[in-house]
Ligand binder design. Structure first.
Ligand code: ARG
Ligand code: GLU
Length: 662
């Protein structure tokens, strides 16, 4: 009892650490159960774990699991590639794909992976007069397929060079049917308990010399310097876990005023507009099976962030992040003043003034992105000639009406676009103007009125970029804010150092390789309701419903369950014989961490990360150890599906795992 209670309160460990500096965390990691060394995680002198992790196709993470280039990532990360390889006759999205031999592996055109060759702090080199461009340029010349970039950390107070080796011959090896890989769909997205088999399998190919090479039939499987061993022993609550991957973007140092903006203005606006768009699209999807398919990817895309933002607002409210940040800002300025750094009062004050100036531009840019920029000012001939277009027309028209009306109603901060204003005046309402523009886009896409409106939207876009001084919508920023944040974050680091806690700070995620660590843990979902950290096949069977698209599992899975035919993948859970499916842990993750390896204390692969719980999503701004959890698919479920649904005898790479030793 006591032990269980102690485990259940195990604190999470926020942090997305730079691999080359992991030595600063290794004592803490080892104290929490990790059994390897900093050199095992990152080394430039010998093979290390970093050699088994890739940036997958520019937005996800993947991991090598065999000496012959076999790679695991999420189903939703491979989705585009699987879709591109599918046809009506060979619908791999619906039915899955299992290559029976190397010869059957399918070249996934356009898919690429990047390995980190090395990373290096180049702050001093920049200070000495070198440019980021010249540093990256020189690094690119070091080897075949090399890519390099200099990335800012802590708002540019530090810069790191990242040198990658890119492989472009990547082939699809296996994907489960979507009824497994996307089980639960948008209904379960961001939700625990979760039962999604969110994995897909690729193989990296190289030239005979193991170097990057463009696709060629006689390329050979890439031989990585390192690959992950897979553990089939599973994990238990309290066990150490580590995630190695490419988190995309966090905003942990933003000003309290920005938190207030996100919580009270930005997120609510985006949620409201998307709710209306989703309602419209979903109704169309329900009314017509062809439209259900046509709008599937669009719906999933709109719904993903929509649901995330709702969780974020709830989380910020619950944590009272705005007020707490206000307090800590005041405390910081005061303490630093006492320590002889009087300037931070003014830095914060100027940051506030600059954000107030930038806000209307920032908001209008977000509004445009969610409204007027979501529709096409002219459909292509191909789209118009598609027989489906006639059925899409009422939906598309309604979407135009919706976003024109939303823009007109919510554009409260900047002067509107003159072309838009004139159009509304001419037609009598935003809705009538939307109808007019839709008809032109559908029937006369070269019409001058369309070009004029589009030009007006682009003009406003350029004006906003000029005012903000940056093209990037990242971090609710203007160029000037970035400079002020650099001062502010330098102050925060000084403050932390004064308190002996500098080592607890880490730079915001920016799609560079990071290490997060924590442990397997459930959480208190609501008063009196504890969510266990593991789900099982029985939960899938409980959700199974052939009449609900998101929960209609393959018959083969029903049959396996009915026969309890689990082979070596059977486990005992709560007195039942079942198969583990997904588990929760406390590692700090964000978008981009999809597909990341989740590793045990010995660095063995125990799962693939793919999501967070809904109540975690404010962790990009403030991480709450009590409830922030990442969601991984248990590697044993991945292997079970490969074995029992795919029939993997072909997959020599992993054959040893399918034969029970002893
Ligand atoms: N929420 C996960 C992520 O942010 C999974 C998204 C894909 N799944 C979906 N149902 N849309 O990417
Ligand atoms: N599904 C996300 C991704 O594609 C990861 C989930 C998250 O934001 O934590 O990277």
């Amino acid at each position: 009892m006591l032990a269980a209670a102690a485990l259940r309160t195990a604190a999470a460990d926020p942090g997305m650490w730079l691999p080359s500096l992991i030595g600063q965390r290794i004592d803490d990691m080892r104290a929490k159960g990790f059994r390897l060394t900093a050199e095992d995680i990152y080394s430039v002198n010998r093979a290390s774990m970093k050699d088994a992790v890739v940036l997958f196709n520019g937005g996800c993470t993947g991991e090598l699991v065999s000496g012959e280039g076999l790679l695991l990532t999420n189903h939703h990360c491979g989705y585009g590639a699987i879709q591109a390889l599918s046809s009506v006759e060979n619908d791999f999205l619906t039915h899955g794909f299992w290559a029976r031999s190397r010869a059957e592996e399918l070249p996934a055109e356009g898919v690429y992976v990047r390995f980190l060759v090395r990373m290096e702090d180049v702050t001093d080199r920049l200070a000495a007069g070198e440019t980021a461009q010249s540093i990256a340029e020189a690094a690119r010349r070091e080897g075949k397929g090399y890519r390099a970039s200099v990335e800012p950390m802590y708002y540019g107070t530090q810069h790191f060079l990242f040198v990658y080796r890119q492989y472009d011959d990547v082939r699809l090896v296996a994907a489960p049917p979507s009824s497994i890989g996307k089980f639960g769909g948008d209904t379960d997205n961001w939700i625990w308990p979760r039962h999604t088999g969110d994995f897909s399998v690729f193989r990296i190919y190289a030239g005979a010399d193991n170097e990057p090479a463009a696709y060629a039939a006689d390329n050979v499987p890439y031989r990585p310097a390192r690959h992950f061993a897979i553990s089939t022993q599973g994990v238990r609550e309290g066990d150490f876990t580590m995630i190695y991957g490419f988190p995309g973007n966090t905003q942990q140092y933003i000003l309290s005023d920005v938190v207030k903006y996100v919580q009270e203005c930005s997120d609510p606006m985006k949620i409201a507009v998307r709710t209306a768009r989703l309602d419209l699209i979903a109704a169309a999807q329900r009314s017509d099976p062809a439209l259900r398919i046509h709008y599937a990817a669009k719906h999933a895309n709109i719904a993903n962030a929509w649901k995330k933002w709702q969780g974020e607002v709830l989380g910020l409210e619950r944590l009272d992040t705005y007020r707490r940040k206000q307090e800590s800002e005041a405390l910081f300025a005061h303490a630093m003043g006492d320590a002889g750094y009087g300037e931070y009062h003014e830095v914060l004050a100027e940051l506030r003034r600059e954000f107030a100036r930038a806000l209307p531009y920032y908001y209008t840019r977000e509004l445009l992105a969610e409204t007027l920029r979501t529709v096409a000012y002219g459909y292509s001939a191909e789209e118009r000639n598609d027989p489906l277009f006639a059925r899409r027309r009422p939906v598309e028209r309604a979407l135009y009406e919706l976003v024109f009306e939303e823009y007109a109603a919510r554009n409260t901060m900047l002067p509107a676009i003159p072309e838009f204003e004139a159009g509304v005046a001419r037609c009598g309402s935003a809705k009538a103007y939307a109808d007019r523009i839709f008809e032109l886009a559908a029937n006369d896409p070269a019409h001058a009125e369309l070009t004029a409106l589009k030009g007006g939207i682009e003009r406003l876009g350029r004006e906003i970029v000029a005012q903000l001084g940056t093209e990037s919508l990242r971090n609710f920023n203007s160029a000037r804010m970035s400079e002020l944040y650099a001062d502010y974050v330098t102050g925060l680091r000084r403050w932390a150092a004064l308190c002996g806690r500098e080592g607890d700070m880490f730079p915001d995620a920016n799609l560079t390789l990071r290490v997060a660590y924590g442990s397997v843990a459930g959480y208190e979902y609501a008063d009196g309701t504890y969510h266990e950290p593991q789900t099982t096949l029985d939960g899938i069977i409980a959700k199974d419903d052939p009449s609900v698209y998101d929960y209609d599992i393959p018959q083969a899975l029903r049959d396996l369950h009915a026969a309890k035919d689990y082979g070596r993948w059977a486990v005992e859970a709560n007195g039942r014989r079942t198969v583990p499916v997904c588990f929760l842990a406390t590692n700090q993750t964000t978008g981009g961490n999809s597909g990341s390896p989740i590793l045990d204390a010995d660095g063995r692969l125990v799962g693939i990360n793919f999501d967070r719980t809904w109540r975690s999503t404010m962790s990009d701004i403030e991480f709450d150890p009590a409830i922030c959890r990442n969601i991984s698919v248990d590697i044993r479920y991945v292997l079970f599906v490969m074995d029992r649904i795919g029939g993997v005898s072909f997959l020599c790479d992993l054959l040893h795992l399918f034969v029970r030793a002893g």
